[in-house]
Ligand binder design. Sequence first.
Ligand code: JFZ
Length: 433
Amino acid sequence: MRTRYFSILLLLCLSTGLFAQSAYQPTEANLKAREEFRDNKFGIFLHWGLYAMLATGEWTMTNNNLNYKEYAKLAGGFYPSKFDADKWVAQIKASGAKYICFTSRHHEGFSMWDTKFSDFNVVKDTPFARDIVGELAAACARQGIKLHLYYSHADWSREDYPRGRTGRGTGRPNPKGDWASYYRFMNNQLTELLTNYGPIGAIWFDGVWDQDQNPGFDWQLPEQYALIHRLQPSCLVGNNHHHAPNPGEDIQIFERDLPGENKAGYSGQEVSQLPLETCETMNGMWGYKITDQNYKSTKTLIHYLVRAAGKNANLLMNIGPQPDGNLPETAVRRMKEMGEWMAVYGETIYGTRGGLVAPHDWGVTTRKGDKLYVHILNLEDRSLFLPLTQKVKRASLFKDKSPVKMTKTKTGLLLDFPEVPKEIDYVVELTLE
Ligand code: JFZ
């Protein structure tokens, strides 16, 4: 009887992944890196690869069923003459972002660094012949900003990658691929990235969803994650799989939606206790798209960042660099304007955690030490009620520290303003007792 109970328990544990969960114990260094990640709040995502030359986004290869051997010829013309890693990093730092996440290899399969494990890379296969990841890593180190690396699990060019839901029309023979070979290849590449380029803040995986329709497909993620943590214990593992986090992951990623929301259709998964990050595009596409000038306004971008912070999440805002190596002018301007705002209000964002009042349409709250910052983004009244039961010592306008009238009620706190808040973000600073 006892053994039967035990085996049922064992089965339950195995099936819920409990055992696997307890197998991963993040190191002290990793836990510290997670908190630093939370404190950083804002990163810039860069999608750059051969697809930039086609200027229709990073999915063109599969969307247009481009043959992988034809596609590979793009490399022979890749010469981004304006590329200057230090200039990029300076432009990005001006936004107030604290990290850069760069596509080391996207689904097209082209490696943006000097890899020994595939000739389809920026050094061996292009006239440019410069190690872009290497130059970016050096510039980041020089200018004191963290580098994260996006790494695609899916690959539309490699013959050993088992055929998935996308990239079916790229002409690769052998739909079965050779999983053992592909898995070894990925781990070799990850080892290179985590050995030759200094500290990497995170590996940002994407593409496991490509095998969603192959039941039983095993990505062997736990071993891959363990490899990363062995090489760099403070490197955070994140995976854009659109599910609740797996064991071995250090951050939870959301795509185009804030945690708990699902307008884009990629979310709906539960929100975990891990550090959260949500990625969004500055225009409508991740990779460079020449016809897409539909950039979000600076106000919209700041609101996105503030709302993310209020939900305890980081914002990873994307830019698709041009084929000439420059960042699009509008993106650079938006970053500069966000940075001007952050220079004043960064105190209410960096190092904060989601506040004591739940996010609302009017705005959100962020918290740091004894301060609660009330970010009013969209209010049509001259007063705001906060269902806040903590004792508040003082209320003032963050910008000039002028007092804000507050009235305690039975159920919370009522704030009164001289006029309806009109600013991008009207920040009231509450000092808690
Ligand atoms: C993924 C990538 O495919 C995309 O190119 C970009 O890198 C973004 C940040 O992440 O977005 C997805 C992921 C999954 C699907 C679509 C887009 N999907 O399941 O169809």
